[in-house]
Design a binder for this molecule. Structure first.
Ligand SMILES: Cc1cc2nc3c(=O)[nH]c(=O)nc-3n(C[C@H](O)[C@H](O)[C@H](O)COP(=O)(O)O)c2cc1C
Length: 151
């Protein structure tokens, strides 16, 4: 089984989550920013894609990449403001899911919250970003597919 981790990141948080995802996946996993994504994703059993939001809109790189992410399975992980209303969270995720080509299997979604007061500041050493839950998400998603490709 082979995985790819793709991410879009401006101030570094989504990249940090992507690195956490990579750290729990097998050594043969590929890791790329979205602007360096390959033309074809046929080599991968699953693609983990890291996305973020600006004024309730999916970031630009993800908006251009997701429609061509014709992979067997895609798992999305995102950073979002901590104080969004719950329906903003599902609307945000839905924007991303709906951009994926028809037939792509969404293997899972995961959100890590960032403090709104930090949103405009690049990720600093003092900022606590919860990388543990995204690691669990990646591990569980990967092993579920490995044990049962139809899951
Ligand atoms: C002007 C501005 C608008 C933002 N709007 C949203 C938003 O609508 N929803 C959200 O969840 N986060 C929003 N954010 C927070 C970013 O999505 C968050 O900081 C994200 O972690 C940035 O990802 P990056 O560090 O990987 O670039 C906003 C940040 C800025 C600076």
């Amino acid at each position: 089984m082979k995985a790819l981790v793709l991410y879009s990141s401006e101030t570094g948080r989504t990249k940090k989550l992507a690195e956490a995802v990579l750290s729990v996946l097998p050594a043969n996993t590929d890791f790329l920013p979205m602007e360096e994504a390959p033309e074809s994703f046929d080599d991968y059993d699953i693609v983990f894609a890291g996305i973020w939001f600006l004024n309730l809109k999916l970031d630009e790189k993800s908006r251009s990449l997701l429609p061509r992410l014709k992979a067997k399975k895609v798992a999305l992980f995102a950073t979002m403001h901590r104080d969004l209303f719950s329906d903003d969270i599902s609307k945000n995720l839905r924007q991303a899911v709906e951009l994926l080509p028809e037939g792509v299997w969404v293997a899972g979604t995961h959100v890590v919250y960032v403090d709104e007061s930090m949103a405009e500041i690049p990720l600093g050493v003092d900022e606590l970003l919860d990388t543990e839950t995204v690691k669990n998400f990646a591990e569980n998603t990967y092993s579920r597919i490995e044990n049962n490709p139809a899951a």
